[in-house]
Design a binder for this molecule. Structure first.
Ligand code: ZN
Ligand code: ZN
Length: 356
């Protein structure tokens, strides 16, 4: 598959000039054989930069996660998954043949991570219309196209077709490129990722061996079900909005028992992000928000997509009790300083009904 870096860089209608840390992405069958030839060229002929090689000897040999060209790394810190500044490779060499031969569970995990962009993008767009947070349409369009192609490629993944694996891997790489373009993880992470990271912290659940993309897939299922249920209530127009939603300090203190972790979470929530959202604007933009939620596939559609790839979709399959849905929805929004609709929902009087 041809990937040219120029498609992601330069001046953009969003007002930014996008730049990438990565120079080259080679995603094709037999890419590994080209390595000696590639490494003879500048700047790859010197030991100055990182290169990512997806060969058959490592975890990265699968289309399992979107972190390949990320400029941040999810690290555990006091039991707290934090995004730490990391260095992106300047060269990625991914051999589609190797990726197509990876265990299906890893591939299904990649499908979950990529499908998660559905709620991540909706969270970005909803926040943009409510408080004017910067958004890039070009990035959104590229990601939706990748999601569309993924949908068409799912049967091909099951049949081991190289082209299908290239579409999935492209989508995952794109998500990392999008993070480089904006300089933050907004295009790749929303409520579904906050839930996945929350479970990774194991504060209300046992530690799990589940892969990142599996947790994101389940987070997506939960977030989509909550968002669609909320949209139904919003359509009636029959609801009340709180005037303001203070940070739930007591909830944070009873959930995050480790004092250092608790302090960090509180710090993450200063100032209170929801102060940038006005209930009057929520009321005024009601129809627009409903439309954006309706762009998210329904939980039934998501389940069918995840199942086609052999992925997991329920809390039970992660080894968690189903009652964890509400506690997760309530607390997960506090682990990052980023607004999601999951957090905005705290304004609505039907909040407790829809998170169950
Ligand atoms: Zn992810
Ligand atoms: Zn842009």
């Amino acid at each position: 598959m041809k990937i040219s870096i120029e498609d992601f860089t330069g001046e953009c209608s969003c007002g930014q000039t996008h730049e990438l840390a990565v120079n080259d992405v080679i995603l094709e069958e037999g890419a590994l054989q080209k390595i000696p030839q590639i490494l003879k060229q500048e700047p790859y002929d010197a030991y100055h930069h990182l290169a990512m090689v997806c060969d058959g000897h490592r975890y990265e040999a699968a289309a399992s996660v979107d972190g390949y060209v990320s400029t941040v790394a999810a690290m555990s810190w006091y039991g707290f998954k934090r995004s730490m500044i990391a260095k992106s490779p300047i060269l990625v060499i991914a051999d589609s043949r190797v990726i197509a031969e990876a265990p299906m569970r890893l591939t299904a995990s990649g499908v979950g991570d990529l499908l998660g962009k559905n709620t991540a993008l909706a969270d970005w767009k909803i926040t943009h219309i409510l408080n004017g947070e910067h958004i890039c349409r070009r990035i959104c369009d590229m990601e939706y196209e990748a999601l569309n192609n993924l949908k068409k490629s799912l049967p091909g993944l099951v049949n081991g077709e190289i082209a299908a694996y290239e579409e999935l891997m492209y989508g995952l790489l794109l998500s990392g490129l999008a993070m480089q373009m904006t300089g933050h993880s907004r295009p790749a992470s929303g409520a579904e990722h906050h839930m996945a990271h929350f479970w990774e912290m194991a504060v209300i659940n046992e530690e799990t061996e589940a892969y990142h993309g599996e947790k994101v897939g389940v987070g997506l299922m939960l977030a989509a079900s909550i968002y669609h249920a909320a949209a139904e209530r919003m359509k009636t127009g029959n609801f009340h909005l709180k005037k303001s939603v203070p940070v739930e300090t007591e909830l944070i203190e009873t959930t995050f028992r480790n004092p250092e972790l608790c302090r960090r979470i509180k710090e993450t929530n200063e100032p209170n992000l929801l102060d940038t959202i006005s209930p009057d604007v929520l009321r005024k933009k009601n129809d627009e928000i409903i439309r954006l939620i309706e762009e998210i596939p329904t939980p039934e559609e998501i389940r069918s997509l995840l199942r086609t790839a052999g992925g997991v979709c329920t809390l039970e399959e992660l080894g968690f009790p189903p009652e964890m849905k509400a506690d997760t929805a309530r607390t997960a929004p506090y682990i990052r300083d980023r607004i999601t609709f999951l957090r905005i929902l705290k304004y609505y009087d039907f909040y407790e009904d829809v998170i169950r």
